[in-house]
Design a protein around this ligand. Sequence first.
Ligand code: NDP
Length: 267
Amino acid sequence: AGRWSLLGATALVTGGTKGIGHGIVEELARLGAAVHTCSRNEADLNKCLQKWEAEGFKVTGSICDVSSPDEREKLMEKVRSTFDGRLNILVCNAGTGILKPATLQTPEDYRYVMSINLDSAFHLSQLAYPHLKASGRASIVFISSVVGFMAVDYLSVYGASKGALNQLTRSLACEWAGDNIRTNCVAPGTIRTPLTEQKRVEHRVAVRFEGCNDDFVTKETHRIPLGRVGEPEEVAALVGFLCLPASRYINGQVICADGGRTVNGNI
Ligand code: NDP
């Protein structure tokens, strides 16, 4: 396979049934990889697997709640047996947020967000390590967020989980480079997915705490130099690149796909 192909590569993408993860599964499969994905909802997963099979993509899947250590171990066992112990690509995409003022985030809220966004990424990386190493040429991509760099109201726990992912990227990039495992991270801005639809609804609830009624989407769009929110495939393209042999000298980077949002001083 050439520099711009993933033919013969194997990949695990968490949370592939919706939004950004769905786009990443399709991008990697289109580049030639055999992909395994997971989500918590069996009906959604089966629907996606059927669609991908009809399109000729090599995608398998299993039910896994990545917040559970036991289920993570089962997922990696499934990946090991499916791919004969060799994994070229790990994309930790599954993630979520709970929009609430910091004073109202409960211990359960905190645990829920941290276990899905951060604990799972660290533990899955540990579990994948022998298989990534065995593949001879591997790439880990974490999906963090621009909220890992800049404060957004009501996303304190989410932001902390994403900031930690950004630093985990740099640590693993150095620790595992000798095993030919690169580690990078993609930080999306606002992307049109089921998660942001839900966030918008929750935001309207959350802003009532402050007695303000600004329109989140309109305000946000004005802050993005490209003047619009992004689409899942616009994040997936960058993830695909970071998995390709073409990016083989890129290691330890956190790259935003945000339409210029984080560099805009004109706000
Ligand atoms: P969505 O909620 O639209 O999709 C999330 C996907 O992950 C679904 O397939 C969902 O399936 C799965 N998932 C969620 N929780 C779990 C879990 N505990 N175990 C297994 N699978 C799970 O999210 P997005 O596509 O918007 O977000 C994807 C990633 O991108 C997240 O890490 C998010 O933080 C990040 N991001 C998103 C941005 C955006 O604007 N959309 C901006 C910045 C970052 P199911 O619920 O059935 O399990």
